[in-house]
Design a protein around this ligand. Structure first.
Ligand code: DAH
Length: 339
């Protein structure tokens, strides 16, 4: 029996050694350790071994089983490692292979400029809001101190949907929505498309503005100017020059028009700024107390300032775009140049 066991050990180890895959290895395991396997059968015959030899043979049989089991698990680990290595080799990615090139998209120049302005406003403590592009006559005009049949309506050529509903001609209705719904103090900014019955090389029936409104106690023109200066410096650099002209808007009193260093010629004087070195930055002023009252804000306690820059012109100047229509045609040949 001892001989048989030694034979089993020798054969078993040899067959484990040559097993080429997991299937073959399992066959070897069954052949020796399975229910009817060679070693199992021998162990079952232990009862026939003479008592004096049983101990020795038993120890040997156990040792044979342990050695075969150890060899099996070692081989199993080897085969699994080998399989993993082969799988990894098959799936290898050649990172030096030249790419077929991915097409990268880009944001529209208007979106880029708008994002930049909005980031700046948020840094300065403004909340960004959105209000409807289709407005009632009340929000677009009347609540902004532009009564029906008043000559100041002529400042904006409107696109009406019905007698009382129109495409907003400016983002200023956002002021009214904000004053009606927010409790002062607040600082809001509302970017968006606006619409006018206007169409030539520098005017488009659709264009973009944003509206900024600050309402607090004791707000003065000085606060307004400090904020505008800060904005201009962050947008155009510390050496930006500014000048202020009196203006008229029904919703602000006093109203001013602010010019900043011409971004086309950087102040040297060019055809755009008619040699002055300045171009229009935006209009604004101190909110007319009449408007505060109409929207339910106590004008004795609160005051504010508002301004409403158009952004298309700035985008045209900084990108040297000759016609405003290019901004709205979505012609890929143009957009690719603007990346
Ligand atoms: N809404 C005006 C426009 O479209 C721009 C404007 C001027 C907005 C003065 C304001 C402001 O808030 O105070 O021409």
């Amino acid at each position: 029996m001892k001989k048989q066991l030694e034979e089993i050990l020798k054969n078993g180890l040899a067959q484990i050694e040559v097993a080429a895959d997991l299937k073959q290895l399992d066959d070897v395991r069954l052949k020796f350790l399975g229910k009817t396997g060679e070693l199992t059968t021998i162990l079952r015959g232990m009862k026939d071994v003479p008592a004096e030899e049983r101990r020795e043979v038993g120890t040997l049989a156990n040792s044979v089983r342990e050695q075969i089991e150890a060899a099996l698990s070692q081989k199993l680990a080897d085969l699994e490692n080998e399989k993993l290595r082969l799988d990894m080799e098959k799936e290898k990615v050649d990172i030096t292979e030249p790419s077929t090139g991915t097409k990268r998209g880009a944001l529209h120049p208007l979106t880029r400029f708008n994002n930049k302005f909005m980031e700046l406003c948020v840094e300065m403590g403004f909340t960004v809001i959105q209000t409807p592009e289709i407005e009632t006559d009340y929000y677009n005009f009347e609540a902004l101190n532009v009564p029906k049949n008043h000559p100041s309506r002529d400042m904006q050529d409107s696109l009406y949907i019905t007698d009382t509903i129109l495409m907003r001609t400016h983002t200023s209705p956002a002021q009214v929505h904000a004053m009606e719904t927010l409790k002062p103090p607040f600082k809001i900014v509302c970017p968006g498309r606006v619409y006018r019955n206007d169409d030539d090389s520098s005017h488009s029936p659709i264009f973009n503005q944003f509206e900024a409104l600050v309402i607090d106690e004791n707000v003065s023109l000085k606060d307004f100017m400090i904020m505008v200066r800060e904005m201009a410096e962050r947008l155009y650099g510390k050496d930006v020059k500014m000048r202020v002209r009196p203006a008229f808007f029904p919703f602000t009193e006093p109203s001013i028009e602010i010019d900043a260093t011409c971004q086309m010629c950087h102040g040297k004087g060019c055809s755009l700024c008619k040699g002055t070195g300045f171009s229009e930055f935006f209009g604004g002023g101190i909110v007319n107390p009449k408007i505060l009252e109409m929207s339910g804000i106590d004008s004795k306690k609160y005051s504010g300032f508002a301004f409403g820059p158009g952004i298309d012109r700035s985008v045209m100047i900084t990108n040297k775009i000759p016609n405003i229509k290019y901004l709205f045609r979505n012609d890929m040949r143009f957009l690719k140049q603007m990346r």
